[in-house]
Design a protein around this ligand. Structure first.
Ligand SMILES: Cc1cc2nc3c(=O)[nH]c(=O)nc-3n(C[C@H](O)[C@H](O)[C@H](O)COP(=O)(O)OP(=O)(O)OC[C@H]3O[C@@H](n4cnc5c(N)ncnc54)[C@H](O)[C@@H]3O)c2cc1C
Length: 558
């Protein structure tokens, strides 16, 4: 077992890009993005000019909207319009996917960045009054850009100024505002306690607002379930601009926002979470195998073992294409990343008894505090200062397209072999498999809108990313992602082919423009929510019958 060495810290001081270079995995998390220190002027100038001269009608609507904001809220909220030089920077800073930042991507008429809850109330009231669409953005990680793009004239309600975390160790809870990131939440917990943690995702820059309301999963899910399984209360601004809490919104709406997507129901201001107990030391490991080193056999066995291991163990799989040791050839590398809520002297014999194929050795294991483990999980090297959790990206680094699946029966070895051929052809693809079981299997499918519980061995994410600009390249990679997805059909869930709502994918069904059609919505609704879709529709009908809070994959009213 190795203890993190402080001697190596200077090598890693917050050069965030090292997180990707050293681990040499795909630049997936914000902390892994190549650094964008200054935004290229070509990115901003291309749309600056067109936006400065809004059509007369839009300018009038915008003026009326701004006047309404001033009259409705207690003070003036920060507001950015295309006339402000900082507008492109504010817009860009929370765009994660460059696919949704091109000269032709529709831009908002304004970005409102509340510093007070009353600003959120006023923005809801005024967008509704002036017939504008509202797009709510917390961390901007929506895979399909739905928090900052719309075909209709729209305003972005940007929550980044509302990001406080108020801890209460006495009752082991915290209130966290929607504009905080997961990293900021983890950091705040780590500052106050060595024995508390929280069950959420592994990418520090993901926003609390979107992540929680889509369910939220992470390395503690086999022991504690999803993020929303550990939420006790929430504050939300409803369609009439009223602030509600769990008590005043009622259990139906409180159920709906815990996994049904917040943006169909209102603006979530903050969540009250139940902190979880973690041991002072946890153990982390990375074990890599290429095809030549028997990766297929180890992965095949992983499917049987990982979902049945004790709840304290979580072993995630990352798959990517690498250069083979044979010159000019490619191979597939499978990375097994583990987290154990305990020390390595217990972990190593346990894994070797249940999963000897992995060949886990003491030297692969690193003991550290839970807060340090969140940095490890974000693929930063051992010794990276935990301040990295507070980093926020300045601009999107990559173009990407992602899709998800659920596996209920182990994929046979010959299945993996056919998958490897496809991955090697695509090259710029990364897959992640997350084991279920444990606490995830004990919670009923209808306890929250998130239905993927017992019966799932693991979830799959396919992530294709590229750096080259241009519609031709984008279309090429999107086509490849669809082909890969189609080829996976024999191995994954059917009727419906389930999908993870937090990995939004417009290919599985979408409503266009201003109308949310129930039958179209049922296509994606069943995949994301199974039969919980019906209850979500009932709640929507009750709380927002005029369908003000809508987007391309929102829940329709009846
Ligand atoms: C790099 C990366 C890593 C990820 N890792 C994980 C992971 O480990 N586990 C996991 O479960 N997911 C993960 N995700 C998915 C992530 O949880 C979702 O994309 C989530 O919706 C992002 O939330 P956000 O606030 O950052 O995004 P946003 O783009 O701001 O919002 C996403 C959606 O939520 C809505 N929304 C945002 N804020 C509010 C609010 N305050 N009130 C109402 N609606 C709101 C938006 O309108 C939009 O529809 C990852 C995504 C990325 C890009």
């Amino acid at each position: 077992m190795k203890e993190p060495s402080s001697a190596i810290i200077p090598f890693f001081v917050s050069f965030l890009w090292l997180c990707s270079t050293v681990h040499s995995i795909l630049p997936f998390c914000a902390s892994l993005d190549p650094p964008i220190k200054t935004i290229p002027t070509s990115w901003t100038s291309s749309f600056n000019d067109s936006l400065k001269f809004l059509p007369k009608k839009s300018q009038q609507v915008l003026n009326d909207f701004i006047q309404c904001l001033g009259e409705t809220s207690q003070s003036n909220p920060p507001i950015y319009t295309p006339q402000n030089t900082s507008f492109p920077h504010v817009l860009l800073s929370l765009i994660k996917n460059r696919r949704y930042f091109t000269p032709t991507t529709p831009k908002p008429l304004a970005i409102v960045a509340p510093t007070h809850e009353s600003h959120v109330q006023a923005t809801v009231i005024c967008t509704k009054r002036h017939g504008l669409q509202i797009r709510i953005r917390s961390g901007g990680h929506d895979y399909e850009g739905l928090s900052y793009v719309s075909d209709l004239p729209f305003v972005v309600l940007d929550m980044f100024n509302l990001r406080s975390v108020d801890m209460n160790l006495e009752d082991e809870s915290a209130w966290v505002q929607a504009g905080a990131t997961i990293g900021e939440l983890y950091y705040a917990i780590g500052q106050k306690s060595k024995v508390h943690g929280f069950a959420a995702g592994s990418c520090p820059s993901v926003g609390i607002g979107g992540h929680f309301s889509g369910g939220g999963y992470g390395p503690l899910m086999r022991k504690y379930g999803l993020t929303v399984d550990n939420v006790e209360d929430a504050k939300l601004v409803n369609v009439n601009g009223r602030i509600l809490d769990r008590n005043t919104m009622g259990e139906d709406l409180f159920w709906a926002i815990r996994g049904g997507g917040g943006a169909s129901f209102g603006v979530i201001l903050s969540w009250k979470i139940k902190l979880i107990r973690v041991p002072p030391k946890v153990t982390m490991f990375n074990v890599r195998r290429t095809l030549e080193e028997g990766a297929t056999d180890v992965l095949h066995r992983w499917q049987y073992v990982a979902p049945k291991l004790p709840e304290d163990i979580f072993i995630r799989v990352g798959i990517q294409v690498k250069n083979s040791s044979q010159e000019g050839k490619k191979t597939v590398q499978v990375l097994f990343t583990g987290q154990f809520l305990g020390q390595s002297d217990k972990l190593v014999p346990l894994v070797n008894e249940r999963f000897p194929e992995l060949g886990l050795q003491q030297k692969d294991c690193f003991e550290m505090s839970w807060i340090e483990s969140t940095v490890f999980m974000a693929a930063c090297p051992i010794g990276t200062p935990i301040d990295v959790l507070l980093s926020r990206p300045k601009a999107p680094a990559i173009f990407f397209k992602s899709k998800s699946d659920y596996v209920k029966e182990p994929i046979p070895k010959h299945g993996f072999k056919s998958i490897w051929k496809k991955l090697i052809k695509i090259e710029k693809v990364w897959m992640q498999l997350n084991p279920y079981g444990g606490r995830m299997s004990e919670i009923s499918e209808s306890a929250t809108p998130f239905p993927h519980r017992a019966g799932n061995l693991y979830s799959v994410q396919y992530f294709i990313s590229w750096m080259e600009e241009g519609i031709k390249t984008t279309n090429h990679y999107i086509k490849l992602s669809r082909k890969l997805y189609t080829s996976m059909a024999p191995f994954v869930s059917k009727n419906p082919r389930e999908a993870l709502q937090n990995y939004r994918d417009l290919d599985i069904g979408t409503n266009l423009r201003n109308h949310t059609n129930f039958h179209k919505a049922r296509l994606y609704g069943r995949k994301y929510f199974k039969y919980n879709f019906d209850r979500l529709v009932q709640v929507k009908t009750m709380v927002d019958p005029q369908d003000f809070f809508k987007h391309e994959q929102s829940i329709p009213p009846l």
